[in-house]
Design a protein. Structure first.
Length: 148
């Protein structure tokens, strides 16, 4: 059963009454990520076709980024474990020429990372608060928008 974002916000509000707002938001983001990972294609074939067209539009919408800007995954574009859904990452660099992942495990066209152009260098915090740096496809990101 999918939980709506509105329901998640209500739970966040209830949880925040007993704990810190940051803890509550982190829990909510983890729950949303888990729900997102368990969901597969939904609806009829016609509805799936519409969802696919909508995803294509989102993917094709380009954003311009600069160093120091906070970003997050676009909805439905997350293809890596980090950052978490809704978690901010900071732009460290926008590469003028994308690099291609040279991991032998990703060299097969059967993986979603095959020839993915990595042109965005992001910094993020892991669960221990350590600063990590990763390379991503900028087409999958948008400006960070905190939950309200």
């Amino acid at each position: 059963m999918a939980v709506s974002e509105e329901t998640m916000r209500k739970l966040l509000k209830l949880f925040a009454e007993d704990g810190s707002e940051e803890e509550a938001e982190l829990v909510m983001r983890r729950l949303m990520r888990t729900a997102e990972e368990k969901r597969g294609p939904q609806g009829t074939l016609t509805e799936q076709a519409e969802q696919l067209k909508a995803a294509y539009e989102v993917f094709g919408k380009r954003c311009t980024f600069s160093a120091g800007q906070l970003v997050q995954w676009k909805r439905g574009m997350k293809n890596r474990r980090r950052p978490l859904t809704g978690q901010p990452a900071i732009v460290l660099e926008v590469l003028p020429t994308p690099v291609l992942d040279t991991n032998p495990a990703d060299s097969s066209a059967a993986t979603p990372y095959f020839r993915e152009p990595l042109d965005l260098v992001l910094g993020l915090l892991d669960s221990d608060g350590d600063f990590l740096i990763f390379y991503y496809d900028s087409r999958r990101f948008e400006q960070f928008q905190p939950l309200k």
